[in-house]
Write a protein that binds this ligand. Structure first.
Ligand SMILES: [Zn+2]
Ligand SMILES: [Zn+2]
Length: 346
């Protein structure tokens, strides 16, 4: 049986990358492939990103407000001032205070001179509800606007091409685990239709359905020409041949970001649920297992625990990050310990 994955070059519609090396502040930058847009997980040191990259960011998900995850707030804000743009921020309980505290650190007396009104839309994620409030630059970011309350559903953002899920984890403070879930999506290439002399029409709905239902790529597919609801002509094709010429497909990958949590049974269970079968798991590995006690005191994972979590959730690939600086010269050991646990050795 011929599979879709092997026949066409399925390309993810976003390309995540860690912003810094694993010893520096954590953070994931997620630019979109076909759009000048990006998402961001955590707001640590952002100096590695250009203002052009920063301006692509539409939604930021902050796991928790420890300094190494939030110090980049000002750097991100800077290029947005004066632009007619909206930036969405999500964070744990108490996040309004964190954001307002940072905004209160500056003088905003000349902002009415700015051409565009930049707006910040901030959402606090609680275990049973979310609270959202907006701040306008023109109003000097005053917190006058009403707070909207919604029930917690586990999904923070939903668009046609993707959604972002969260679980609230334990870091001796609530800490958000995050999953970016791309939807399996079929784009019809208009030039391809033209090259093959095929019409637009209801057969394209059948074509997309065949791909969703995972038909064998060698099966025969009939294209129909219709006029006024009547079929006036039809022609059979090998489905896979048609796919290669007229379809661009995003594979529907799942990318998970987990950092700053204790290796407790409850966290293990929640990460298992969030990361189940993920294409890529980015997970902290702050300490070596020889320092497990310190890791537990500081509510962090060891490399071994990170690898075990990745193994248990049966992820396809994982990247450990957020290493304690004490291991500057022992990076290979951390990676080896995590990989061993992932393979189920040791
Ligand atoms: Zn941290
Ligand atoms: Zn932390």
């Amino acid at each position: 049986m011929a599979h879709l994955e092997r026949l066409v070059n399925m390309r993810p519609s976003f390309t995540p990358r860690l912003i810094n090396d694993p010893f520096s502040d954590p953070g994931l930058f997620v630019p979109f492939l076909f759009e000048k847009r990006a998402l961001m997980f955590d707001l640590g040191d952002l100096h590695a990103l250009s203002p052009k990259d920063l301006l692509k960011v539409s939604h930021v998900f902050v796991t928790h407000s420890h300094m190494d995850h939030f110090i980049g707030f000002d750097i991100l804000l800077r290029p947005f001032l004066g632009r007619e743009k909206k930036l969405h921020l999500y964070g744990p309980p108490g996040f309004f205070d964190n954001v307002e505290g940072r905004l209160a650190g500056y003088t905003w007396n000349l902002v009415h001179e700015f051409e565009g009104d930049f707006r910040l839309k901030v959402t606090e994620v609680h275990p049973s509800k979310t609270l959202t409030r907006e701040y306008s630059c023109r109003n000097r970011f005053s917190s006058g606007e009403a707070i909207q309350e919604s029930p917690f559903t586990g999904t923070l953002l939903r668009e046609s091409a993707f959604h972002v899920e969260t679980v609230v984890l334990d870091h001796r403070t609530p800490c958000l685990g995050l999953a970016l879930v791309e939807h399996f999506y079929i784009n019809i290439i208009k030039e391809g239709l033209k090259d093959m002399d095929l019409p637009m029409g209801p057969w394209l709905t059948r074509f997309k359905k065949a791909l969703h239902e995972k038909w064998d790529m060698e099966s025969r597919f009939v294209v129909t020409w219709e006029q006024g609801g009547e079929i006036v002509k039809e022609k059979g094709f090998v489905l896979g041949e048609l796919v290669k010429k007229i379809a661009a497909i995003s594979p529907g990958q799942r990318v998970v970001y987990v950092t700053d949590i204790i290796g407790s049974p409850k966290n293990f269970e929640k990460v298992d649920h969030l990361a189940r079968g993920a294409d890529h798991l980015y997970i902290e590995a702050a300490f070596l297992d020889e320092d497990r006690e310190t890791a537990h005191h500081k509510y962090h994972l060891t490399a071994k625990e990170a690898g075990e979590m990745a193994r248990r959730a049966e992820v396809k690939a994982f990247t450990p990050f957020h290493f304690s600086p004490r291991y500057r010269n022992r990076e290979a050991e951390i990676l080896e310990e995590a990989q061993e646990a992932f393979r189920g050795e040791g």
